[in-house]
Ligand binder design. Structure first.
Ligand code: PEP
Ligand code: MG
Length: 587
């Protein structure tokens, strides 16, 4: 028996960046800088403040340098993290309070800055808002850097890894991950962190596997130990035995070959083995993601969630700002179409800092969100509609409304749109007079009255995320009942069938843009039910396309027909799963 086998142990964390790596560990403990305390002579006080200024300038230069490196090597979006850091350095309250503390106590500037910044960090960490709580991390990161500069200490050891290493750390701050020696980091593993932490975003962009939230791992391992990091499953195997290494080596090889096969398939047309062409589109949330539409060979944007433009800003974007964003997406994706969805704020997406517009609700998913909000705040709605209309002169824009509950609501939305069109005409502002207007079908009442809606719109797009939650009465963000959220529930399948049939009776196309559309297990079911297009996160297009090219539409229709006769969600799921597995093999 391999002697290492008895030392092997496996820990489970959260998978944060895909891939498999094997190597020796480097344990990185992020410790706070030790701050010496002493009194400063009256005569030296001016020089002490000047020393503080110099440390701030040096810190600013260092962060700006990291920012431009990240921008060049990774991308502008990831580099934006460092804007938040630069803003901390501009924070007059933080800087001013440090000087006041110094004037009042006469203690050295490190002590004063450490005291004030610690107070700041604590205040942010206690705020009941995830975004603001994360800012505490930014302030801590910058404060440590300022202190290092004041004390003349060198940068952290991550920038000088001796050899290729699996980095195991308590946490990795954005500036840590930016200064990591890229050529030497094989994988990142952290004790703390969630899928959305800054460090994860950077790790993904570095293209190394990452596992986060492995509690106390830094206490259980030491530098030099060997580990396999499985970023797909969120697993870390310490001191792996030969047999484990062999197994992982095989998995790694298979995953690599399979991924390259997927990317190859994604450049081919989405046509089934029996010659039926299917439209696969991308869901995007930000202007910058429009580039991925072409990278992953999607045929346009099936859902542009415009609310992110609002959620990423502290105020409502102006009509002009919105126009520029929509135009940029339309131009980037042309000649393919872009379906711009009007605002879906509220529900799980309230706009922070605007409590007057989005008062707290007991039941937000059934509350004041999306089209309901827009029809009450027509000033905000009209700004958006005019911006979308104007963008329609710059590409193939289509428009759709979220959370439509029935034909009367659709008519009200269209009446507001008609007013905007009239305004633009009177201003001789060009827009696409034939703009296609669609409705999202994501509320059961819309599904039941799909025949009435189909007469008054150019297409349907089914939002299965919401449709399933309302149909099955399962809150889509409640972990406690997540296991009951079943896309293969017969009620869901029958409803989907009715929607697509009503669309086709009225000779309009119907697509799906909820998460279900991006899971290849459900691809044959949805296409077999008759849907014309599927829209998903860009990165999923290759997997779905691969399956489309490996199946026949005749088999998909037979699967859907059989699913419609079945009563157990689990059995229907098993059928879909086996359909998938018999056609897609990793070997
Ligand atoms: C949906 O509900 O399926 C959908 C696509 O919209 P969102 O997830 O933005 O609510
Ligand atoms: Mg929805």
């Amino acid at each position: 028996m391999d002697p290492r086998a008895k030392n092997e142990f496996t820990v489970q964390g959260i998978s944060a960046s895909p891939g498999i790596a094997y190597g020796q560990i480097f344990v990185y403990i992020q410790s706070d800088v030790e701050v010496p305390g002493y009194d400063v002579d009256g005569a030296k006080r001016i020089e002490e403040v000047a020393r503080f200024d110099r440390a701030l300038v040096t810190t600013r230069q260092q962060i700006s340098k990291i920012k431009s490196e990240v921008e060049k090597n990774i991308g502008p979006e990831e580099a934006m993290i460092f804007d938040a850091h630069l803003m901390v350095l501009e924070d007059q309250a933080l800087i001013g309070e440090t000087i006041r503390e110094f004037e009042a106590t006469g203690r050295n500037i490190e002590t004063c800055f450490n005291k004030v910044s610690t107070r700041y960090i604590q205040a942010f960490a206690e705020i009941d808002d995830a975004y603001l709580r994360e800012r505490a991390g930014d302030i801590r990161d910058v404060a440590q850097r300022v202190l290092q500069n004041l004390l003349g200490q060198a940068e952290n050891s991550l920038s000088r890894l001796a050899d290729k290493r699996v980095v195991v750390a308590t946490d990795i701050s954005p500036s840590d991950s930016a200064s990591i020696d890229r050529s030497a980091a094989l994988a990142l593993v952290t004790d703390s962190g969630s899928k959305t932490s800054h460090a994860v975003i950077v790790a993904r962009s570095m293209n190394v596997p990452a596992v986060v939230g492995v509690r106390d791992l830094t206490k259980r391992v030491k530098s030099g130990d060997w580990a396999i990091v499985d970023g797909y499953e969120g697993v870390v195997i310490l001191n792996p035995a030969e047999s484990t290494l062999f197994r992982y080596g095989k998995i790694q090889e298979r995953k690599k070959t399979f991924e390259s096969r997927l990317m190859e398939a994604s450049r081919q047309p989405a046509v089934t083995l029996d010659g039926v062409a299917v439209t696969l589109m991308a869901n995007i949330e930000k202007v910058e993601e429009a580039k991925q539409v072409k990278d992953f060979s999607a045929e346009g944007v099936g859902l542009y969630r415009t609310e992110y433009l609002f959620l990423n800003s502290s105020r409502i974007p102006t009509e002009q700002e919105q126009f520029l964003a929509y135009k940029a997406v339309a131009e980037a994706v042309a000649p393919q179409p872009v379906i711009i969805r009007t605002l879906d704020l509220g529900g799980d997406k309230p706009m922070a800092g605007n409590e007057d517009l989005f008062p707290k609700e007991d039941n937000p998913f059934m509350g004041f969100r999306a089209i309901r909000f827009c029809l009450e705040h027509t000033d905000i709605f009209k700004d958006q509609l005019r911006a979308i209309l104007k963008a329609s002169a710059h590409g193939r824009v289509q428009l759709m409304y979220p959370m439509i509950s029935g034909a009367a609501e659709l008519a009200r939305a269209n009446a507001v749109l008609a007013e905007c069109m009239a305004e633009l005409r009177s201003r001789h502002q060009p827009f696409d007079e034939k703009l296609a207007i669609g409705a999202m079908i994501e509320i059961p009442s819309a599904a039941v009255t799909a025949d009435l809606l189909a007469k008054n719109c150019a297409f349907f797009s089914v939002g299965t995320n919401d449709l399933i939650q309302y149909l099955l009465a399962i809150d889509r963000v409640n972990d406690r009942i997540a296991h009951l959220y079943e896309p293969t529930h017969p009620a869901v399948i029958r409803t989907l069938k009715q929607i697509v049939d009503e669309a086709h009776k009225a000779r309009i196309p119907a697509g799906v843009c909820g998460e279900m559309a991006g899971d290849p297990i459900f691809t044959p079911l949805l296409l077999g039910l008759g849907f014309d297009s599927l829209s998903m996160a860009p990165a999923w297009v290759p997997s779905v396309k691969y399956l489309v090219r490996a199946m026949t539409m005749a088999d998909a229709r037979a699967l859907a027909a059989e699913a419609l006769t079945m009563s157990s969600p689990k059995e229907i799921y098993a059928k879909c799963d086996s359909f998938y597995r018999t056609r897609v093999k990793m070997e």
